[in-house]
Design a binder for this molecule. Structure first.
Ligand code: SF4
Ligand code: SF4
Ligand code: SF4
Length: 336
């Protein structure tokens, strides 16, 4: 028997009223009408809550993500330049596999994992939308040697396609190995095509332009089941704890990697889900994660890198202008 809890049946208006929120304190559940807005500024970091008891795995969110972000997808120059050092570096080319939707790629920033598990004497099918967790203290941003990955004040972590050299440090240090590389695009082609970098890294940027306009991220807006809710981090955490208590469920993302801005609530323990889902490159796990940036070596590296990355970003920006690229500005560095 498959078991998925049903929607609470509380209307959206009633839901907001019951929470007593509005304006800057807005919590916006999935399936919200298009006119509903995310606060563009004010509440600090925004977080998302995903109620896994509601997800039916329809994939509408995956399609919406592709459509909303299609203009950001890479268009590599071919043939791809041979990477150096040969034998150690290799090109990664997803441009002929743009339709792949069962893992993360530079052209697919969100996918659905499915777990079939037994729990509490019942069989469950749990669908889990997976993308960047938007960590509180993101190692991808703290340890990027080029200053290409940054965290905005509203909690969104982004990788600039104008600054990224595709060295994939972000993927190596991300506990879920989320960013995915496309070779044959980016500044490395102009600056050091055979010596440094190997493309550009791509991942969910939480639809930052839409959020800046006060709109919902595409995957949240389109969901027919109201799986996701977005709002100020503190309120999302309260909501997640309340939901978990109501369903006698479990939370993922609150403590993992020191805390993230993506909070999953599930009626089935995450260690069971983690055992059941397909894992590997582009298919992140759901296991325990210690706080990466609490590691002394990483802390020291981040401290050393912070000023260097800024200088390198400036130099790369100058290089971009020299080679006819649009000059790198504050927008690219996410200095907002
Ligand atoms: S659109 Fe909603 S219900 Fe459908 S797969 Fe995505 S999160 Fe799940
Ligand atoms: S999940 Fe990975 S890519 Fe996303 S913010 Fe955290 S460290 Fe960065
Ligand atoms: S927030 Fe935007 S970029 Fe991220 S998965 Fe959803 S639709 Fe895609």
């Amino acid at each position: 028997m498959s078991n998925q809890s049903k929607s609470s049946g509380v209307s959206r208006r009633g839901f907001l009223k019951a929470l007593g929120v509005g304006g800057a304190g807005l919590l916006v559940p999935a399936g919200a009408a298009a006119q509903e807005r995310v606060p563009a500024s004010g509440p600090g970091e925004l977080a998302t809550l995903l109620d896994l008891s509601k997800c039916i795995g329809c994939g509408e969110c995956v399609l919406a993500c592709r459509e909303a972000n299609a203009s950001k997808f890479p268009e590599p120059a071919k043939p791809l330049p041979a990477p150096l050092p040969s034998g150690r570096a290799k090109n990664e080319d997803w441009s002929d596999k743009r339709d792949l939707d069962d893992r993360l790629t530079p052209y697919n920033w969100l996918f659905i994992q499915t777990a079939e598990v037994e729990h509490g004497g019942q069989q469950w099918e749990i669908n889990i939308p997976r993308r960047c967790m938007h960590c509180e203290n993101p190692p991808c941003a703290n340890l990027c040697p080029f200053g290409a990955a940054n965290k905005q004040r509203n909690g969104i972590t982004r990788i600039s396609d104008k600054l990224c050299m595709g060295g994939a440090k972000c993927r190596a240090v991300c506990p879920w190995h989320i960013p995915q590389r496309q070779s044959g695009v980016g500044l490395y082609l102009h600056l050091m095509p055979r010596l440094a970098g190997n493309g550009v890294m791509y991942k969910c940027d939480r639809c930052y332009q839409r959020v800046d306009q006060g709109e919902l991220p595409a995957c949240i807006e389109v969901c027919p089941e109201g799986v996701q809710t977005i709002g100020p981090r503190k309120e999302i955490i309260e909501q997640a704890k309340k939901l978990a208590a109501e369903m006698q469920g479990y939370i993922y993302g609150l403590e993992e990697n020191g805390g993230t801005n993506t909070i999953y609530v599930s009626p089935v323990p995450f260690d069971k889900l983690n055992q059941a889902v397909a894992k590997g490159p582009g298919r992140p796990h759901l296991g325990p994660v210690k706080d990466t940036m609490a590691d002394e070596t990483n802390l020291a590296t981040a401290t050393l890198l912070a000023p260097v990355a800024g200088i390198v970003a400036g130099m790369i920006g100058a290089g971009a202008a020299l080679f006819g690229e649009r000059p790198v500005d504050k927008e690219d560095r996410h200095e907002k």
